[in-house]
Design a protein around this ligand. Structure first.
Ligand code: SER
Length: 328
């Protein structure tokens, strides 16, 4: 803490604001940062009522309201912003004007506030920032990015605007392109990769899952604790080690059929029917295998969960009484 107090002038440790904090990633990241910097130094925020005391300190923050952003940054003496507010791919396609507001205007506001108050900014990007003309197997950090979803378009805008504010105004902007994130306690908010979370709940609850992607649809994935650790780590990387402001990170790639195969020992009677919907067209334009060698080489990224470990951990968390956990 003493070293940290030398680094951060106003307070003893960096104070972080997390926007969109009640989605899939916010609480987990808040827990990790609070463990490191103290409960009171991480402010979760969102546009819904505080659900319970465990998320506090908590603020109502609408990223479309600049004045409110300024106010929360000033009153809480914020040093870093983690900007999670965004509509995911499938939801964004259904409401393009809202996606433009939240994903594009929301980020414009955030990056401007960060420039104004000299704040570090972390904002996740996504496999969705690539498109049908990008190399898909593997997809490197620097390549063609012509996404065909509004989600992808706004995330490329976010990447470019963040980089622009970095070189023009010196904003300490950092971003990681996340793959599909698989979590046990929190639910994703309407993405194309969500099947890989839903299937675990269906396996436990009904023994049957109707999958909205074809069985051979390969996508990059990651278990939530790895995702959170990657965000915590990239915010701590010394400036001179960063060769890029935006890096790919991943842990594994699999298809629905491969995931089912891995789950079978725990759920021998699990059945899956495949009935693809509009999310299939999205998935068909996304990377199959993500090349994250830049993150691994430049700042030591390494994942902790591969597919077998992910499946075992998800079953343990979601279905702790599963009888096969004892024998496998
Ligand atoms: N999980 C996200 C989605 O499917 C990808 O960033 O939209």
């Amino acid at each position: 803490m003493r070293l940290l107090s030398l680094l951060y002038g106003t307070g003893s440790v960096p104070r972080t604001l997390i926007t969109g904090g009640l989605g899939q990633l916010g609480r987990g990241l808040a827990k990790a940062l609070r463990g490191k910097y103290g409960q009171e130094n991480v402010i979760l925020s969102d546009i819904i009522k505080c659900p319970d005391a465990t998320v506090k300190p908590y603020e109502y923050v609408d990223v479309l309201d600049m004045k409110q952003l300024d106010t929360v940054v000033v009153t809480h003496e914020i040093d870093r912003v983690v900007h999670f507010s965004a509509l995911l791919s499938a939801v964004a396609e259904k409401n393009v004007p809202r996606a433009l507001q939240v994903n594009a205007t929301g980020f414009q506001n955030i990056v401007e506030v960060c420039a104004r108050h000299n704040l570090m900014l972390f904002c996740p990007s996504t496999i969705g920032a690539f498109g049908p003309t990008s190399p898909r197997h593997p997809t490197p950090d620097l390549t063609i990015q012509r996404p065909t979803t509004i989600y992808g378009v706004t995330k490329v805008y976010m990447e470019l605007l963040g980089e622009y504010y970095h070189h023009k105004f010196g904003v300490n902007f950092r971003s990681l392109r996340f793959p599909g994130v698989i979590s046990a306690d929190t639910k994703p908010g309407g993405g194309t990769t969500d099947y890989a979370v839903h299937i675990f709940h269906a396996a436990k609850d009904t023994g049957h899952y109707k999958c909205f992607l074809r069985e051979d649809t390969m996508l990059p994935m990651m278990y939530l604790p790895d995702t959170i650790r990657s965000a915590v780590e990239v915010m701590d990387v010394p400036e001179e080690k960063l060769k890029l402001r935006v890096y790919n990170v991943t842990a594994m790639s699999f298809t629905p059929a491969q995931l089912l195969e891995e789950m079978k020992p725990y759920y021998p009677n699990l059945t899956v029917e495949y009935e693809s919907d509009s999310r299939q067209q999205i998935a068909d334009t996304w990377p199959e295998v993500f090349d994250d060698s830049g993150a691994r080489n430049d700042w030591g990224w390494s994942h902790g969960y591969d597919l077998p470990k992910l499946v075992r951990t998800m079953v343990t968390r979601i279905d702790p009484d599963n009888p096969h956990l004892r024998t496998l």
